[in-house]
Ligand binder design. Structure first.
Ligand code: AMP
Length: 401
């Protein structure tokens, strides 16, 4: 493996997450977060490996300023981790939406930037911010190669019957309305790890990956290719999430507009930001740590919410088992999947028909790579911590060569 430092950038509209990763050791050399970019009270949090987190409140008028601060921190005489920017071999950018244009990661050039721009209307909150992050990096590191790694790319192998909606076909042809799926880097990373853990060929396995975090999605990976996933044109479809509703009858939108005297935009805001487990629990919490505690105290708001969350995941597992005509491994990942044994137990309680039984001891672990099904289970259940930054760094190294 080539020995170089890769800067991984995940740029949001007012935030920027970064990690510097060494490609050979795969260790995180430094990481951090810029928040409130372009807003009063902006700050950068920077943590060098083995060091303390340093938080600096400083004005950041735009993303170029934020990236300049990141590069200054990384090369700082006292707390920096590299002597100069020459020690950063490449930059990997997380891009939310690659539409149908990108089925894999790619090196960034002007043509690629234009193609990403054409996907902006599919992710108006995210893609423009991602592009700003790339431009800002290019300005400050003009000679450093950069790669774009798309959240949607892994799902581009889905067959038409899985990605089409049951609406007039010309909406797909005219406006590209179809299911795209997100969290692709995580689904790819975790399904590959599953094959390694089981010591089987990736191309011969049927794997279901449950990425259960504040955003949640599930995918079916058959013979090394994604064949279905729960998020759609946008990340609103599918599972019940932290604050997103997931699947619902589209007629609810008009019904609620009339009842609440709100417009479509306002109701969509409710479906994105006030629904999911936050909404179901009556506004109690979107955080599963709070929900788990309240569930264990027998509080009805947490019981109904966690039951509905688990049921939806179990239903998708059933659907994807059918889609693949079987399943060899079911993987849990992301904040909830990695750290919440109760939810894993609740979901697995629906899977007796697959011969699944959980090993209670193994399932009590949090945040570790572990097989949690019993030796007798034909279908293996695994917990695999995701690592999207490492996956982006690996893709970037591969492209830079
Ligand atoms: P993510 O979006 O992947 O960061 O996941 C966020 C969700 O993971 C929240 O609902 C958290 O409550 C949950 N989570 C994260 N860490 C833990 C933990 N140590 N124990 C239980 N839940 C956790």
């Amino acid at each position: 493996m080539k020995d170089m430092n890769i800067l991984v950038i995940n740029c949001g509209s007012s935030s920027l997450k970064f990690q510097l990763i060494n490609s050979k050791s795969e260790e995180v050399i430094a990481k951090g977060l810029c928040e409130r970019i372009g807003i009063e009270g902006s700050q950068i949090a920077y943590t060098p490996a083995g060091g303390e987190k340093i938080v600096t409140v400083t004005p950041m008028e735009n993303h170029t300023t934020a990236i300049r601060l990141v590069l200054n921190a990384l090369t700082d005489e006292k707390c920096g981790v590299v002597k100069s920017l020459d020690e950063i071999g490449a930059v990997g950018h997380r891009i939310v939406h690659g539409g149908e244009k990108f089925a894999s990661s790619t090196l960034i050039n002007e043509e690629v930037l234009k193609a990403i721009e054409t996907c902006n209307d599919l992710a108006p909150l995210h893609n423009p911010a991602n592009l700003i992050g790339i431009r800002a990096c290019q300005e400050l590191m003009p000679d450093t190669p950069m790669a774009a790694v798309f959240d949607t790319a892994f799902h581009q192998t889905m067959p038409k019957e899985a990605y089409l909606y049951g609406i007039p076909y010309h909406y797909y042809e005219d406006y590209r309305v179809r299911r795209y799926g997100f969290h692709g880097t995580s689904h790819s990373y975790v399904s590959h790890r599953a094959a390694c853990m089981l010591d089987k060929s990736y191309e011969e396995l049927k794997i279901i990956v449950c990425h259960l975090g504040n955003g949640a999605s599930i995918s079916a990976v058959k013979n090394g290719k994604c064949v279905d996933t729960s998020m759609g044109l946008t990340p609103l479809e599918g599972l019940i999430m932290g604050t997103r509703s997931g699947d619902l009858d589209p007629a609810i939108i008009e019904y609620l507009c009339n009842k609440e005297n709100k417009n479509v935009h306002e109701i969509l805001n409710v479906l994105n930001k006030e629904s999911g487990v936050l909404g179901l629990s009556g506004g109690f919490s979107s955080d599963f740590r709070d929900l788990e505690k309240a569930y264990n105290e027998g509080q009805e708001k947490a019981v109904r919410t966690m039951k509905a969350f688990a049921y939806r995941v179990a239903k998708y597992i059933g659907a994807y088992t059918a889609a693949m005509n079987g399943v060899d491994a079911i993987c849990f990942t992301a904040g909830i999947g990695e750290n919440n044994p109760l939810i894993r137990t609740m979901i697995s309680s629906y899977l007796g028909y697959l011969g699944i039984a959980l090993d209670e001891d193994a399932n009590s672990k949090r945040g570790e790579e572990v097989l949690i099904s019993t030796g007798g289970s034909k279908v293996k259940v695994l917990v695999i911590p995701t690592n999207e930054e490492l996956a982006i760094a690996r893709e970037t190294v591969e492209l830079v060569g």
